[in-house]
Write a protein that binds this ligand. Structure first.
Ligand code: CUA
Length: 331
């Protein structure tokens, strides 16, 4: 079975770095801990029920073999049905449902007032991430890589630009749908620094399975520096290659879909590229953000993600090289 699994991973050609654990039972936030607590409670109750049923079954089989089977009296068998058949299952189910409803209530409570507000918009098939100020104005825009400070409540506003998606980081919280025409909210607070993989959890089309993202939690000072950098426009090209690369960017029409702050590129159909080089991955965590993968993506996006809206480019090798120099200078 593991050979088949490894084979599938190789066939799907996803770098193993990004096949990281997405485990709901390795929680890194109070919210996910609550969910994993419910999960383990259900698991151990199920184990206890399974063992009890198996023991009774074994006892029944053993008794059936005895030469002279004894029968329970009418009263004893009636009580057995009432207690074991009705009361015990009912009490068990009520406790589990009650615990689950109580947790649901706790999770849907409002976050503390000092929460950091972030708007996330799902698109086929990537994530737009906007950091908001007190007046809900966007101060920085990025894609597919959500940075958050540790030990700080994070308030998410979840929206969709096209179809229904679902935001899910198993180690941080449960799923919340992103529905066109409405704003859902969710909040969490991460305990530790680290990188957590998230995944779209609602089937949304051809590339649903490759609609991943990363959540990077870091100490407040590091986060502040990161956010300050994301807020600045990209620096102007400083070498002849990057200058030529920027020209290729505009000649190829990339600005119609992408924004690069500090330039005339203000398209909104695709991810904001202002600080592209500061991200770990491209194409929604499908590939590492390396020159080779970026080149492959620019040359033939549909070769990596069939159905992606970004068109194939027809660039000369030198043009592509210059463009990559320019894109890699956006950090
Ligand atoms: Cu977006 Cu599935």
């Amino acid at each position: 079975r593991s050979a088949i699994y490894v084979g599938m991973l190789l066939l799907s050609n996803i770098p193993l770095l990004y096949a990281q654990s997405q485990s709901a039972i390795e929680p890194a936030s109070a919210q996910a801990r609550g969910i994993s607590y419910i999960w383990w409670s259900m698991f151990w109750v199920a184990v206890a029920v399974f063992i009890a049923v198996m023991l009774i079954l074994a006892w029944g089989l053993w008794r059936g073999k005895a030469d002279k089977p004894t029968h329970l009296s009418y009263l004893a068998s009636r009580n057995l049905v009432i207690v074991a058949g009705v009361a015990v299952p009912l009490i068990t189910v009520i406790c589990l449902v009650g615990g689950s409803l109580f947790l649901g209530r706790t999770l849907s409570e409002k976050p503390p007032a000092d929460a950091l507000e972030i708007r996330i918009t799902g698109w086929m098939w990537w994530w737009q991430i906007e950091y908001l100020d007190e007046n809900s104005n966007t101060i920085a825009t990025t894609a597919n890589e959500l940075h958050v400070p540790v030990n700080k409540p994070i308030q998410l506003y979840l929206e969709s630009g096209d179809v229904i998606h679902s935001f899910w980081v198993p180690q941080l919280h449960g799923k919340t749908d992103l529905i066109p025409g409405r704003t859902n909210s969710s909040w969490f607070e991460v305990d530790v620094s680290g990188t957590f993989r998230g995944q779209c959890a609602e089937f949304c089309g051809l590339q649903h399975a490759l609609m991943g993202f990363l959540v990077v939690s870091e100490p407040q000072a590091e986060f502040d520096a990161w956010l300050a950098n994301q807020q600045t426009p990209s620096s102007a090209p400083s070498t002849s290659e990057t200058t030529a690369g920027q020209r290729v960017f505009f000649e190829a029409g990339c600005q119609h879909c992408h924004t690069i702050k500090g330039t005339d590129a203000t398209g909104t159909a695709g991810p904001d590229l202002t600080h592209l080089a500061s991200r770990q991955s491209i194409a929604s965590v499908t590939r590492q953000n390396s020159r080779a993968h970026l080149g492959g993506w620019v040359a033939d996006p549909n070769g990596i993600k069939p159905g992606a809206k970004m068109p194939m480019s027809q660039l000369e090798p030198e043009e592509l090289s210059n463009l990559l120099d320019y894109l890699q200078s956006l950090n």
